[in-house]
Structure formats: C-alpha cells, structure tokens
Design a protein around this ligand. Structure first.
Ligand SMILES: NC(=O)c1ccc[n+]([C@@H]2O[C@H](COP(=O)([O-])OP(=O)(O)OC[C@H]3O[C@@H](n4cnc5c(N)ncnc54)[C@H](O)[C@@H]3O)[C@@H](O)[C@H]2O)c1
Ligand SMILES: O=C(O)C(=O)C[C@]1(C(=O)O)C=C[C@@H](O)C=C1
Length: 364
C-alpha cells in the first residue's frame, strides 16, 4: 500500500520535508505550488515525485498533508481543504512558525475522520525557496507538535512515526506556550537583528567605513536579518501580542545597559556578560539542538590560489567527508576565514586534528 504525502508550498521547509520522505519505501510525495514559476523550480530541483498546480489533485487521496506556505496563507489553505473530499484518516499538519491561530482554525474545522495537528520544525535558515532545501535540515533539530485534546493517540502516533524520516526530535507543546517561547528565542532575535542592521545602514549612508569594517561580531548577530521579508512579516504579525510584551522587556534590558554606561558601572557590565555566558553555555549543544544540523569548524586561510583545493584534497585523502565549504571573509591582504561543515562530529574532529598538524589555525 502506498502512502501519499502532499506538500503544499515546496520552498525551504516544504522542500526539505519532501527530501526527507522522497524515495522511502511505499511513499509517494506530491508537491503543490501556487505559481507556474515556483512549480518549475520544484521540478528542476526534483524534490517530489509529482509536482502539480492543481490543489485538488494534490489533496486527493493524501494520507498526510503538510502545509508549508507563509503563515498568512495557512488558514485560507485549511478552509480550502475543508471544502474538499479528503481521504478518511487523512492527517493535515503545518510547519508555520506560530501555532495559536492555526491550531484554533484547525480545531474549528470538522471533517469526518480528518485530523489537524499543528507542527513547527525548529530548524531553518535565512535562505528561502526550494533551492535552499536540504535533506539534512531537520536532523537532530526539535520538531514541535501541538495536537488538540481531540486528536486520538493513534493518529498522533501515525504522524510521529512518519516524522522519524526527518531525524528530528518530536516535542509536544501547547500552541500558546509555543508562541510565547518561540517569540522570545526566534521572533524577537529576528527583529533585533533587522533593527541593528538598519541602524548601522543609516550610519553607513554617511560614512561607508561602517560596512567595510563590519566583521565577525556584526555578522554573527545579524545573519538572520537576511531572512525572507514576507515570511517574517507574516510571522511577526501573527505573534503580535506576544511580541509587544517581549519588546517592552527588551527596552528594559537596553535601559539597564544605558544606566550602567551612564554610571560607569563596570561591575554591572561584567555581571551581565557573566550571566549571559553561563546561560548560553547551557544551551542544547549545537549538534544536538535546534538550529544547526551540521558540525562546523572555522580556519584562517591565506588569500592565495590553490588553498581551497589543498584543504579539500587533504581531507579527501583521509576520507573525511566534507559536506560544505565556504569562505566567509575574503579581502585583499587579509586572511580569509573558511567554514568547513561536516555531517558527523567524528569527521569534524578528525579534520580539526589534521588541519592543526598542517599548521592551520582552527576554531570550533
Ligand atoms: N524559514 C525558516 O527558517 C522556517 C523554519 C521553520 C518554519 N518556517 C515556516 O515554514 C513556512 C514556509 O517557510 P519557508 O521558509 O519554507 O518559505 P519559502 O518562501 O521557502 O517557501 C514558501 C512556499 O510557499 C509557497 N506559497 C504559496 N502561497 C504563497 C503566497 N501567497 N506567497 C508566498 N509563497 C507562497 C511558495 O511557492 C513557496 O513554495 C512558513 O510558514 C514559515 O513560518 C520557516
Ligand atoms: O537559523 C535560522 O536562520 C532561523 O531563522 C531558524 C528559525 C529560528 O529562528 O531559530 C527561524 C524560524 C523558524 O520558525 C524556526 C527556526
């Protein structure tokens, strides 16, 4: 018996889910796109078995339906699905970054033997579109599910069993609590990153040295400011009430720094950094936790021809599997920083040891 999985919105998240399921025994993945242009990209990338523009064709006979569209589209998509004759036993789920509104809408929709379970994989990227999809995106990440009390246990279990293919860790959370927590650890940081980049952008309009000198610290804290504007408009507006409170708290934290600086309060500054340091070091390890599914190491590389090839060859000879390599900073006369990404921690450790013996400066 074949299991049909329909994915509506085959972008970064939908495409990555499709890649997790495609080719698994007895599974057919059908992708729905809302435009011919998006459909063509999905076909070109080959992440689904069947790609279609027809909403009805994608939904017909589906055992699982994943809604992977922008947050503002989740409710219209749910309403549209509720007007169709879906397969009895069908589970509809979504991947939206907020859960309260869609969970309420999912609960209100009563189709015989069709169930809604809200979902949110806690993994992603500042990139968007199917071109950025990855088979490994969810590996070791947390994947939140927010079933209502009406969802039978065996139905929840069926979704949980399917999500094993993502290699994520499933966590069950109430939708409202989810939005409060994710507001603080994901939505607020995106606002802060964007505001900070725009602040510096305004200074840079008067003096372009700002952009030239912006280095590691600025890049580290602002990567997520490059995220898709429409996806984030929808997320922030959907979690508006939570964010209004969080921004008030944020202002208080900024006021504390203002005061410490005005009062020359060195002790206060040290305490603030110490506290942050302690909490941050207790975060789930990158490799086991939310955001990254890769093991990264960084090394200084001279800006000379052949250096990339040399490193790749050295690792290749030792059969160390490199998943990605990227030059992060490369300016004339300044050593570049290279990021090497591995899928296995052991591979990263072996690479580190070998690169150290070759005389490279390596950071984790
Ligand atoms: N980006 C992340 O890091 C991340 C992480 C977890 C969850 N999410 C959630 O996943 C969902 C998809 O986000 P994504 O990052 O994959 O975005 P994306 O832009 O990569 O993909 C969105 C998909 O929705 C389709 N779509 C359908 N109707 C659309 C419309 N009216 N406007 C725009 N696109 C439309 C697009 O064709 C595209 O395939 C969102 O609900 C988002 O909140 C995002
Ligand atoms: O790593 C990133 O770029 C992300 O923005 C991922 C991130 C996050 O903020 O942690 C973004 C939105 C999601 O809903 C979940 C994960």
């Amino acid at each position: 018996m074949t299991i049909k999985i329909a994915i509506f919105g085959v972008g970064l998240i939908g495409g990555s889910l499709a890649l997790s399921f495609k080719g698994k025994p007895g599974i057919t993945v059908v992708g729905h796109s809302h435009s011919a242009e998006a459909l063509q990209q999905v076909k070109d990338r080959g992440v689904v078995d069947i790609a279609t523009l027809s909403f009805e064709e994608a939904a017909a006979d589906a055992d699982f339906i994943f809604l992977c569209v922008p947050v503002s589209q989740l409710e219209p998509y749910l309403h549209r699905l509720s007007s169709l004759k879906l397969k009895p036993g069908c589970i509809i789920t979504d991947v939206g970054s907020t859960k309260a509104t869609v969970a309420a809408c999912g609960e209100a929709i009563t189709l015989p033997e069709v169930y809604f379970i809200g979902g949110h994989p806690m993994a992603g990227s500042e990139r968007s579109g199917v071109a950025a999809a990855s088979t490994f995106l969810f590996e070791n990440a947390y994947y939140v599910l927010t079933p209502s009390s009406k969802v039978p246990k065996e139905v929840y279990k069926r979704l949980e069993d399917l999500l094993v293919y993502t290699k994520a860790h499933i966590v069950r959370v109430e939708p409202e609590l989810h939005d409060e927590i994710v507001g603080a650890i994901s939505h607020l940081p995106h606002i802060i990153a964007v505001a900070l980049v725009n602040q510096v952008c305004d200074y840079n309009d008067k003096n372009s040295l700002y952009r030239q000198l912006a280095a590691g610290g600025f890049r580290d804290i602002t990567r997520i400011a490059s995220s898709d504007p429409v996806i984030w408009r929808d997320i922030l507006l959907s979690n508006r009430e939570v964010l209004l409170e969080l921004l008030k708290d944020w202002k208080n934290h900024m006021d504390e720094f203002l005061e410490m600086l005005m009062n020359d309060d060195g002790t206060g500054i040290v305490e603030a950094f110490d506290k942050a340091n302690r909490f941050r070091s207790e975060l789930p390890e990158r490799r086991k936790g939310a955001i990254s599914s890769l093991y990264d190491l960084y090394l200084d590389v001279p800006d000379t021809p052949g250096v990339i090839g040399h490193i790749a060859t050295e690792l290749g000879i030792r059969q160390i599997n490199l998943s990605n390599m990227q030059i992060i900073e490369s300016r004339e006369d300044v050593p570049g920083v290279m990021r090497l990404s591995f899928r296995q921690e052991g591979e990263m450790e072996r690479a580190k040891e070998h690169l150290l013996t070759l005389g490279y400066t390596v950071y984790l």
